[in-house]
Design a binder for this molecule. Structure first.
Ligand code: ADP
Ligand code: MG
Length: 270
């Protein structure tokens, strides 16, 4: 979309979509008692665009479909409709083999770091195993892990220790180091601070903001907490009952909400 002969500084400010969701729809079928079937429309025709270097906040109440939508990107959920474009290429029709190169480029961190940290594996192994699997020489993976531990403000001795020896906030930082070790182009964070005390939340958010700046990360940040979203997100997409009802720059969406649901969410903040 860059006009031929445009000056480089002009090109640099044109938004470059990293992730585009178009009409993504996911319905869960739940088997009920005695064969009764429940159908849950978790995500319905969701559209959003995430540009390079930007943090998009996906907000909405619990059950609104945020996790389902995010999980579609990394194939933890298979949507029945829609396009999931990563740098313009649709990920959805890819075979398992075709998906492999993308697995490294899109990393996800979860509310509970135990979702990605094996309690039986040392922190060093947790941070190095992904890169080593993808062909990084072990010595280099180790050097990268030590650098990442510094980045998330943990001591080198963490390498030999195990996840249960750390506090919740430290564990979340280890999960972050593990994801960053793959040098992802897109980081999806699903309620990464929701399980933490408010003071620890602030530390992890500050760290995340600093890392994002330093690495130029593109981030999809999911939270039900509007205050957290306001702290870290450049743009906001509001989800209600599986649909994105409003999106725009954080200051606009929170400062002058257009949709009644956004207004209700903002009014509910004590
Ligand atoms: P959020 O992350 O916003 O809390 P979710 O995406 O987890 O929302 O859930 C959206 C809806 O889909 C909810 O009604 C939830 O109960 C349902 N749901 C989520 N995961 C599953 C699943 N694996 N099987 C059946 N229903 C699910
Ligand atoms: Mg969720």
């Amino acid at each position: 979309a860059v006009p031929h002969g445009a000056a480089p500084e002009r090109q640099a400010i044109l938004p470059a979509p990293v992730l585009e969701m178009k009409g993504v729809t996911k319905t869960y079928q739940r088997g009920g008692w005695f064969g009764a079937r429940a159908v849950v429309k978790a995500v319905h025709a969701a559209d959003f665009t995430l540009n390079k270097g930007e943090t998009l906040g996906l907000v909405g109440e619990s059950g609104s479909g945020k996790s389902t939508l995010a999980r579609c990107v990394v194939r933890l959920v298979e949507p029945e409709r829609g396009e999931i474009l990563f740098h313009g290429a649709d990920l959805r029709p890819l075979s398992r083999q075709g998906w492999l190169p993308y697995r490294k480029r899109i990393q996800m961190v979860f509310q509970d770091p135990y979702a990605s940290l094996n309690p039986r594996r040392s922190v060093g192994r947790a941070i190095t195993e992904g890169p080593v699997t993808h062909g990084v020489p072990p010595a280099e993976a180790r050097a990268r892990a030590l650098e990442l531990l510094r980045l998330v403000r943990l001591d080198e001795s963490a390498m030999e220790r195990f996840p249960h020896e750390f506090s919740g906030g430290q564990r979340q930082r280890i999960g972050l180091a593990r994801a960053l070790a793959m040098q992802p182009e897109l980081l999806i964070a699903d309620e990464p601070v929701s399980a933490l005390d408010v003071s620890v939340q602030a530390q992890v958010l500050d760290l995340l903001a600093e890392i994002r700046q330093r690495l130029g990360l593109t981030m999809l940040f999911i939270t039900h907490d509007l205050r957290v979203a306001a702290q870290i997100c450049d743009r906001i997409a509001v989800m209600q009952h599986g649909a994105i009802v409003e999106q725009g720059p954080t200051a606009e969406v929170f400062g002058a909400p257009k949709h009644p649901y956004t207004r209700a969410l903002l009014d509910s903040i004590p």
